[in-house]
Design a binder for this molecule. Structure first.
Ligand SMILES: C[S@@+](CC[C@H](N)C(=O)[O-])C[C@H]1O[C@@H](n2cnc3c(N)ncnc32)[C@H](O)[C@@H]1O
Length: 217
């Protein structure tokens, strides 16, 4: 159950610098609650002051591992017990390979990195298919999809939100009478949840489809 842990933690922050939109906490808890106490492994793209890495560690509990990716070498200072920092750009396949060679099972990804369109898409394509089959992939601050300086713009080709709109078709591909190819994304995705400034992908194998009719005896 959502117990408001993350929002309380943020308000009582006695540790490192953090910057979050308040309405994100409820979204995080809705999608991450099931991982608490299960020793999950999480990647957060974008470390900055390191505060959110500590928050995830406390929230997810003992045995969890948090891996922060940041382009700024100073972020290495936030490495700690259960918190690993990898320096490099989020769209560099070599650092993603390095992470998977050390942590073969990744349960959760949160992209809070550059928020540039091409980076958001590249990270998704590098990571999504490699995370656990019941994992979660979240992208935040997707309001940049509407901002020119991030490569966005309303309806602009190449924006992450336009990319997600195509994924909505892909999740329904089996019903498209061949118009949309059934992909590994189709087979492995249960849900796309789109909120104000956050998109969440829940992985789960799509099951056999049944549509029985029941009637009163
Ligand atoms: C919004 S801040 C992260 C905030 C942090 N997650 C928090 O909640 O406190 C964004 C971070 O992304 C990093 N960044 C920018 N471009 C990047 C890239 N191409 N690859 C990885 N990190 C990047 C910046 O150095 C910055 O620390």
């Amino acid at each position: 159950m959502n117990d408001g842990f993350l929002h309380r933690y943020f308000l009582n922050n006695a540790h490192k610098r953090q910057h979050k939109w308040v309405h994100y906490f409820d979204i995080y808890e809705r999608h991450l609650e099931r991982f608490r106490g299960t020793s999950p492994v999480m990647i957060e793209i974008g470390v900055m002051g390191g505060g959110s890495l500590e928050m995830w560690k406390e929230y997810l509990g003992a045995g969890s591992h948090i891996i922060g990716i940041d382009i700024n070498p100073e972020c290495k200072a936030h490495q700690a017990d259960g918190i690993d920092i990898v320096i490099g750009s989020q769209d560099d396949p070599a650092i993603i390979d390095e992470i998977f060679s050390k942590y073969p099972r990744i349960d959760i990804v949160l992209d809070d990195g550059s928020h540039m369109m091409q980076h958001m898409i590249s990270s998704f394509e590098l990571l999504y298919h490699r995370i656990h089959s019941n994992g979660v992939y979240m992208v935040e601050d997707t309001h940049t999809c509407y901002w020119d300086e991030y490569g966005g713009g309303a309806g602009r080709k190449g924006s992450f939100v336009e990319y997600v709109k195509n994924k909505l078709d892909e999740i329904n591909a089996v019903h498209s009478r061949g118009a949309i190819p059934v992909s590994e994304f189709t087979r492995s995705t249960d849900c796309i949840a789109s909120y104000d400034s956050v998109v969440v992908f829940e992985r789960r194998r799509q099951g056999s489809r049944q549509a029985p009719i029941t009637e009163p005896m």
